[in-house]
Design a protein around this ligand. Structure first.
Ligand SMILES: [Zn+2]
Ligand SMILES: [Zn+2]
Length: 331
């Protein structure tokens, strides 16, 4: 299966500021003393040699991840603002002609996981079909509420339209709630299981298995009893042997234990420890704190997790990467 990240930010969209962009340019220019700045090719080569957090950004859009099966069926995890970009790309495909079909799974409905939904253009094209899954049985009502005209100018469907001219989503929407667990899709080629995560209003981790490969999406989770083995075991069992684990790394360890206790998020350090113990191959740090700029994510969140990895007492140590908009993984 293939996975592509369209939104990796937590809580609220957080575009780069002018000040942050200026700082990136200043740092890049200061490192370019050996580069012939009149030679475009040399400049391009230099810019592309810079690490992502200097030449670009991890991204400010909120949660949305595209999963493609071996046969290219499309599963979308969550509908944060990153979904808008995916929709624009899909409008170059059969979705523009009303012949698209996709399966969407909602881990929960906090704003940063649903706000992209009304901006997902393929939903407005008649003929497209979307199968919408969630463990929260009132998912449809929640999305309908978000598109009440007090909050958005286009409604979820033609039910309760105040006038015949009111815009609404014309695709076929099929809600399957609460989603079965396990959920077998595509004649059993893809199996998805879930785990309750400790998060206000409850979020769910998703474990995708296809052709013996395992991808786990486990954002929006707090781990409150780190010293109690019985508490941690259900996570270790669920994450066991994953090829890729997407993990809530919003806070520093200090924040998750003290300042932001009970806000429902975790830290990269906890991810490094759980992933290493569970035999996870690759840990993806995800749901970045909107108050943190690219340098802080690189130096503090990622940097500390690498330093901590050296002290994890397990024989197996996971690889750690940072999620960014556009990141693609083949699993
Ligand atoms: Zn979130
Ligand atoms: Zn949340």
């Amino acid at each position: 299966m293939r996975v592509k990240f369209w939104g990796v930010r937590g809580s609220i969209p957080s575009p780069c500021t002018t000040g942050q962009i200026e700082e990136k340019i200043i740092r890049a220019l200061m490192g370019a003393q050996e580069v012939d700045l009149s030679d475009r090719e040399a400049v391009e080569q230099y810019v592309r040699s810079l690490p992502l957090h200097q030449r670009g950004t991890y991204g400010g859009n909120t949660t949305c991840v595209e999963v493609r099966t071996a046969r290219n069926e499309l599963i979308i995890i969550d509908a944060g603002t990153g979904l808008r970009g995916l929709g624009m790309e899909l409008m170059n495909t059969e979705f523009a002609r009303g012949k698209g079909e996709a399966w969407m799974i909602f881990t929960h409905t906090h704003w940063d996981h649903v706000q992209g939904f009304p901006f997902f253009t393929p939903l407005y094209i008649p003929g497209n079909t979307f199968h919408l899954y969630g463990k929260h049985s009132d998912l449809e009502e929640r999305l309908r509420c978000q598109q009440d005209l007090r909050f958005f100018p286009a409604m979820l469907d033609e039910r309760d339209l105040p006038t015949s001219a009111t815009p609404y989503m014309k695709a076929n929407l099929e809600f399957i709630v609460p989603m079965p667990d396990p959920l077998e899709l595509f004649a059993g080629r893809m199996t998805i299981t879930t785990l309750d995560l400790d998060h206000p209003g409850v979020s769910y981790a998703l474990r995708f298995e296809e052709d013996g490969k395992v991808f786990i999406f486990a954002s929006d989770a707090e781990y409150k009893e780190l010293t109690r083995a019985a508490y941690l075991q259900k996570y270790l069992d669920f994450y066991a042997g994953a090829d890729v684990l997407v993990f809530d790394a919003q806070y520093t360890l200090q924040e998750t234990l003290y300042e932001k206790f009970n806000w429902g998020h975790s830290s990269a350090m906890i991810g490094v420890e759980l992933a290493s113990e569970a035999g996870v191959k690759t840990l993806v740090l995800f749901h970045h704190e909107p108050a943190y700029d690219d340098n802080k994510i690189r130096e503090v969140i990622y940097g500390n997790s690498l330093r901590y990895l050296r002290h994890v007492p397990t024989a197996h140590k996971c690889e750690v990467i940072v999620a960014y908009e556009g990141l693609e993984l083949t699993i």
